[in-house]
Design a binder for this molecule. Structure first.
Ligand code: PMT
Length: 398
């Protein structure tokens, strides 16, 4: 799909630069012609020899060759490219891009490039979450730069959070979309709500009832909707995940809180995706002091919570509503029951019987069920599942 495409791969000084080797290899394998431009600091993280060998061309770092004075023309490089991809992009380079600081060949090439530009940020979680970095990313996105979101996970610092550069395979997928023009803001002007994560039902000030949802699946969907231009309100249970770029986050604790926030947001929404794992039962009373243990067993009386999806489905009025079904047995029949009872347009079934599916991990295996039938998908990343779901939402929008 990248046959004959000209790609400038910009590498900046981040530990994630080691992934640029695999990225370059994959781009070349897909048929792209790759020219590598490195910042001087990037050379400390990955050798020019590695990148020159993989890209099959000498790499460029300096404005001119000190041996013979030969000029490295950033202008013609910028004109040559179909895409300039900066991966990894450090906080420093993102800041320079927003302000136009032209102090290295990578930056002058960026400022000269007429091509599409994409960045794959990589940095520590606090640097990524910093208001300045987020503002810089917003500015670049407004100027048409495609942001390939970093992933959450263990970082070089040993901390865990969002900031790890997207995997090379994921970047290549996004490059294909960008070059095919499939990254257009197709949902621009649409407002979506997404519920994500687990609700927490208090028993007393210390204990609670909850479940294993990490929020990853819902956050991926919110991010994908936002990437396609939708205005997204993410109603989320407690999680340490960073808010996807461009998404409005509303934090809730209990099923009742999530119900209130979702019903409120639904008034203005064009559609919704119900991905949260919402408690079906909550304690009848919440003790205002820590319950003391005794030698006796304890019984906690539970009452039903409100069904958020059912309520939104009852007030659908032609809008798109997508539900999930998390099952352990009799999967398809149960999911079909939810499709009808909650008035969903389609249900995304994931079964805990499938390895790598459901809670916490970065992958899922889903079957999409609507009134026309079922489509089973193989195990894939939650990002890819999110893309499939949003593709289907888009097809219903037309
Ligand atoms: O967050 P992760 O760790 O990434 O895990 C993802 C996930 C497994 C939580 C997700 O893929 C998923 O399956 N979410 C739905 C979990 C669930 O509660 O399913 P359910 O079959 O019990 O509910 C059916 C539907 O009704 C769901 O859309 C649910 O959000 C919704 N619901 C349920 C109860 C309730 N009171 N209100 C609701 O809106």
């Amino acid at each position: 799909m990248l046959n004959g495409k000209h790609i400038i791969l910009g590498i900046t000084g981040s530990i994630a630069a080691y992934k640029a080797a695999m990225l370059c290899r994959l781009l070349v394998k897909e048929g792209a012609e790759v020219r590598v431009v490195m910042t001087p600091l990037a050379k400390q993280f990955i050798t020019p020899l590695t990148m020159a060998t993989l890209s099959k061309h000498p790499i460029l770092v300096e404005f001119f060759n000190p041996e013979n004075g030969e000029w490295n023309s950033h202008v013609s490089l910028g004109e040559w490219a179909d895409l300039m991809l900066i991966a990894p992009a450090t906080a420093n380079t993102l800041a320079k891009m927003t302000t136009g600081i032209a102090d290295n060949l990578l930056m002058t090439t960026y400022l000269s490039a007429r091509a599409k530009v994409a960045v794959a940020p990589a940095m520590d979680l606090d640097m990524y979450a910093h208001v300045t970095t987020q503002q810089n990313l917003r500015t670049l996105a407004e100027r048409g730069v495609a942001i390939i979101e970093p992933e959450a996970g263990e970082l070089a610092s040993g901390l865990v959070g969002k900031g790890r550069m997207a995997e090379p395979e994921e970047i290549v997928e996004q490059v294909k979309r960008i070059l095919a023009g499939n990254n257009a803001k197709t949902l621009s002007g649409k407002r979506y709500i997404v519920t994500a994560g687990a609700t927490i039902e208090a028993i007393d000030p210390v204990r609670f009832i909850t479940n294993h949802s990490s929020g990853k699946m819902g956050y991926a969907i919110a991010g994908e909707l936002a990437q396609r231009g939708a205005e997204v309100t993410l109603i989320t249970g407690r999680t340490s995940l960073a808010t996807p770029y461009g998404v409005k986050r509303v934090e809730v604790v209990s099923a009742e809180d999530m119900y209130n926030a979702a019903v409120e947001a639904w008034r203005e929404a064009d559609g919704g995706v119900m991905c949260a794992a919402v408690a079906d039962y909550t304690p009848v009373t919440v003790a205002d002091h820590k319950l003391k243990k005794s030698d006796d067993d304890m019984v906690i009386e539970l009452k039903r919570t409100k069904d958020i999806a059912k309520e939104l489905g009852a007030k659908k009025e032609g809008r798109i509503l997508v539900g999930f079904a998390l099952e352990t047995d009799n999967e398809e029949a149960n999911a079909e029951g939810k499709l009808e009872r909650k008035n969903f347009d389609f249900v995304v079934l994931n079964s805990l019987r499938d390895k790598g599916a459901g809670f916490r991990g970065d992958t899922n295996k889903v079957t999409i069920i609507d009134r026309e039938g079922r489509t089973e998908h193989p195990l894939m990343s939650k990002r890819e599942v999110a893309r499939i779901i949003v593709d289907k939402i888009e097809s219903l929008n037309q």
